[in-house]
Design a protein around this ligand. Structure first.
Ligand code: DAV
Length: 351
C-alpha cells in the first residue's frame, strides 16, 4: 500500500473500501422515525418483528451476495475492510428511552462521511442505530493510525422531544425532526471534490447540516438540494454522480431543469442522465426498508467502471451508451435491508 490516504478525487481509482456486514441484523421496531420512512406495506412486519432477527434465509443469501461483492472488488485490486460483528439483539438503554434492539452494520455509507482524510461519524437519529459505531471502532483506530482525522460530533440524545409525530403522514415532506439537536445520516450528503450537496430529510435536520458547516466550512462549499422525494431518507437513490460531468437522476423525484437551476455553477455543463424505471419482478424478495429505486444505488470504482444489480439491464445499457464498463452483480437479497451497492460501501482511499 502506498502512502496516499483519503479520497483525493471523488471519481478517482478506488483503492480501499469498507463493505458492510449483514450478520445479526435485527428488525427495527416501528417507532416514529421508522414509521415516517419505511414503506407502508411493511409497517406490519416491523410491528410484529421489531427487536427480532430478520428472516434468516434473507440474511444468509445477503451475506453470500456481500462476500461475492468483496471478491469482485478484490479482482479490481481494491483492499476491502469489513466492520466487526457486534450483538445487535440487545436493547439499547439510555436514561431517556429504551429500544427492543439495534439494527446492523450493513450500511457504512449511512454512518461515515469521508472528506478526503477526515472521517466524520454521523450523529444518526434512529435510536436503534445509537451504538452502531461499535462495529467500526477497530477500523477507525486503524484509520487514525494511518493519518485520518476522526471527527465525532456531540452525541445526540434522541429524546422524544426531537421527533414531531404529527409530521409522519402529512402530504409532501415535512420532517419528523425538529431542530432541538444536530442529527444527520452521512448518506444524505454527496461529496464531489470540495462541493457537498445535502438534502434535509427524516434523518437529517438543518442543525446537523449547520454543525457540519461549522466544522468543515472553510474547506468545503455545502449546498442544500431539495428534491421531490416525499419520504426522504438518504439522497443516494435520487441523484447519483457517476463521473466528472455525469449525474444519474431519478425522474420520479427530480426535475432536471429545476436541479440545473439550483445547483452551483460548477455543475452548469454537466450531463443529467434520466435513469430508467427500476426493473422489478414479483419473485423479488421484499424490500422491507426502501423503494425500488435501489436500482440506481450503484458504485463507480473509477471514472469508467460501474457495479449495478444484475437484473437492471436497461440501466446497464444506458450506462454503456455513456461509455461505462458495466459490471452486473447479484444483490437482490441484500436489498431487503434498505440499501444496495452505494449504501453497502464507503470508500476510504481514492486516488
Ligand atoms: O428508498 O429510495 C434508498 C437509499 C437508502 N440508503 C429509497 C432510499
Amino acid at each position: 500500500m502506498g502512502s496516499t490516504i483519503g479520497v483525493k478525487n471523488s471519481f478517482g481509482q478506488t483503492k480501499r473500501i469498507i463493505v458492510g456486514i449483514i450478520d445479526g441484523a435485527i428488525v427495527p421496531e416501528l417507532d416514529i422515525a421508522v414509521e415516517a420512512t419505511m414503506p407502508k406495506k411493511h409497517h406490519h412486519f416491523f410491528k410484529i418483528n421489531g427487536g427480532r432477527p430478520f428472516p434468516s434465509e434473507y440474511v444468509q443469501y445477503a451475506k453470500n451476495e456481500l462476500d461475492n461483492l468483496v471478491n469482485k472488488l478484490i479482482t479490481f485490486n481494491v483492499l476491502v475492510d469489513r466492520p466487526s460483528v457486534v450483538d445487535f439483539s440487545k436493547p439499547i438503554v439510555t436514561p431517556d428511552w429504551k429500544t427492543l434492539g439495534g439494527l446492523y452494520a450493513a450500511m457504512p455509507r449511512d454512518i461515515l462521511l469521508v472528506l478526503d482524510s477526515k472521517i466524520v461519524v454521523a450523529p444518526m437519529s434512529w435510536r436503534c442505530r445509537y451504538d452502531e459505531i461499535k462495529s467500526y471502532n477497530d477500523l477507525l483506530i486503524q484509520y487514525a493510525q494511518m493519518g485520518y482525522e476522526i471527527i465525532y460530533p456531540i452525541k445526540p440524545e434522541l429524546k422524544d422531544t426531537l421527533y414531531n409525530k404529527a409530521n409522519i403522514n402529512t402530504k409532501g415532506f415535512n420532517s419528523i425532526l425538529n431542530e432541538t439537536e444536530a442529527v444527520f445520516d452521512a448518506a444524505d450528503f454527496i461529496v464531489i471534490d470540495k462541493t457537498i450537496l445535502v438534502q434535509k430529510s427524516h434523518v437529517t435536520n438543518q442543525a446537523g447540516i449547520d454543525w457540519l458547516k461549522m466544522e468543515i466550512g472553510d474547506e468545503y462549499e455545502i449546498h442544500l438540494v431539495e428534491t421531490g422525494d416525499d419520504k426522504p431518507m438518504h439522497i443516494d437513490a435520487t441523484i447519483v454522480p457517476l463521473r466528472e460531468g455525469v449525474m444519474l437522476i431519478n425522474p420520479d423525484r427530480v426535475n432536471i431543469n429545476k436541479l440545473r437551476y439550483i445547483l452551483p455553477i460548477q455543475f452548469k455543463n454537466w450531463d443529467f442522465v434520466t435513469a430508467p424505471q427500476p426493473i422489478v419482478s414479483p419473485k423479488d424478495p421484499p424490500k422491507y426498508m426502501s423503494s425500488n429505486w435501489l436500482s440506481i444505488n450503484i458504485i463507480t470504482l473509477d471514472s469508467k467502471t460501474v457495479f449495478i444489480e444484475e437484473s437492471q439491464y436497461t440501466l446497464g445499457e444506458l450506462l454503456q451508451s455513456y461509455n461505462f464498463d458495466v459490471v452486473p452483480i447479484p444483490f437482490k437479497y441484500f436489498q431487503c435491508f434498505g440499501g444496495s451497492f452505494h449504501c453497502a460501501t464507503q470508500e476510504i482511499i481514492r486516488e
